[in-house]
Unconditional design. Structure first.
Length: 457
């Protein structure tokens, strides 16, 4: 799931405990590059976070609806540029020397050399380390069950240097390969597709709007910027490669569109007994998962570590009572560090109690008591699927939307005409807009007002 805009208790978890799913790279300030313990404001588009004090001191941290660094993802700055040359990388020239006499050896060799340079740039760009090496499948145990062609930047470079691209099996691995393509064209197409595959795998495996998903968006945007500047126009020299790559990208888009936006959970460790059940730390107010642990034992150790570090807790935790306190923390009335600690399988199946609260907003114009039958609009968290609250009128939903947007990084840059009730109805109630995964939707279709009838005589 995505992180809250202002990270408080959640950031403390990231600082103290080794994170299984979301690493603490979100918690480094994008302006000062320091971690610290201050509250952070997070961009709603990318994983970048800002210390509140750094954000307030910066006059250029945010542009319209995004942080300034988001804009950098879509362009090549002077420090991002690569050398343009007609020389072929010596490792590529050596690896594919047996194809030196093919018609497109020089053209494709130069292109492949530039892709190698781009990959090195991507590795050192924001969150490039996430995609620089293969995914550790010992930690992400179900990765290979979901991803059929694992790929990363270093593997692409190594396969090029070892002449692994170009085999018969590789030639048939891309649907866009034309039977009449030159061998070097096939290699170039495979490499281009594999760079895209790195990001595609990220989008397939990770929940949309999660930290890693948005890190993939950052890297994919930067890769597209390099592609537009250094590769796209030159591909006109090989229409077969261009056509094959366009087909591959279309297939990727269709695959993503077909995916259901479901939550992924840690795969359980092998073992017997309840101690091997995964545990999720669940925020009862936002209805979001803050962290996950692979066993009750690791959850207990995490709770003890937080208590030892001095974080405020409802109980005096000890080695003797920590296990029982984690057990009872599934109850919303017996929270631990302000959160429910729930076995993940129970969370997935809905076998747990929710915090009791009146979810409905009173509309002063209604004379009858507020109840579920009066609700016309629901506020829903698309990440967790939880219904947060209900509203009896567009006006009450609009007022809630105004409050929600004040916590958004983008809010201060909205034009006046973008924040009136008409814009809210058009973009949110009748459109697909959302704020950080929060949507407002109608329960019943909008109906035209029924004229008031004269009383019967």
């Amino acid at each position: 799931p995505g992180f809250p805009l202002v990270a408080k208790a959640a950031s403390k978890y990231q600082d103290i405990i080794e994170v299984q799913i979301e690493k603490s790279f979100l918690m480094n300030c994008a302006l000062c590059n320091e971690e610290g313990t201050d509250e952070r404001i997070c961009c709603s588009n990318c994983p970048r976070a800002f210390h509140t004090k750094c954000f307030e001191q910066s006059t250029s941290a945010v542009t319209f609806r995004e942080c300034k660094r988001c804009g950098n993802d879509r362009e090549i700055l002077p420090e991002d540029e690569i050398l343009t040359s007609i020389a072929i990388n010596e490792k590529i020239k050596s690896a594919y020397s047996h194809l030196a006499n093919t018609p497109n050896f020089i053209f494709c060799g130069v292109m492949l050399s530039q892709i190698l340079d781009i990959l090195e740039k991507l590795k050192v760009y924001d969150y490039g380390w996430v995609f620089a090496e293969p995914v550790n499948t010992d930690e992400v145990q179900d990765y290979l069950e979901v991803i059929k062609r694992p790929m990363d930047y270093s593997t692409i470079a190594l396969r090029l240097e070892l002449a692994a691209y170009g085999s018969e099996s590789e030639q048939s691995s891309i649907n866009g390969v034309d039977a009449n393509m030159d061998p070097m064209e096939v290699i170039l197409l495979n490499v281009l597709c594999d760079v895209d595959q790195v990001h595609q795998n990220c989008f397939i495996y990770n929940l949309k709007d999660s930290a890693f998903y948005r890190a993939g968006v950052v890297q994919h945007k930067k890769w597209n910027s390099y592609f537009e500047k250094y590769i796209k126009e030159r591909l006109l020299g090989s229409m077969s490669v261009q056509s094959g790559f366009n087909k591959f990208r279309l297939n990727c888009e269709q695959a993503l569109a077909a995916l259901k936006n479901g939550q992924r959970f840690i795969k359980p460790k092998q073992g017997n007994g309840v101690n091997c059940r995964q545990y999720a730390v669940f925020d009862p107010d936002t209805k979001r998962i803050i962290k996950q642990y692979t066993s009750k034992a690791s959850a207990r150790l995490a709770a003890l570590a937080l208590h030892s570090a001095g974080y405020q807790c409802e109980w005096d935790l000890t080695e003797q009572n920590a296990k029982s306190r984690v057990d009872v923390a599934r109850d919303p009335k017996k929270l631990l560090f302000g959160y429910q600690w729930i076995p993940t399988d129970d969370l997935k199946s809905g076998k747990f109690k929710m915090k009791e609260a009146d979810p409905y907003v009173r509309n002063s114009e209604l004379k009858s008591p507020t109840n579920a039958t009066n609700v016309l609009i629901l506020k829903e968290d698309t990440v967790s699927g939880a219904e947060i609250r209900g509203f009896e009128s567009e006006e009450s939903a609009y007022q809630d939307w105004l409050q929600e947007r004040t916590s958004s990084v983008a809010a201060s840059d909205d034009n006046a005409e973008d924040i009136n009730i008409s814009a809210f109805v058009k973009s949110y109630l009748d459109g697909q807009a959302s704020i950080n995964g929060i949507i407002w939707k109608r329960v019943l279709p909008r109906q035209s007002p029924v004229p008031e009838l004269a009383p019967s005589l």
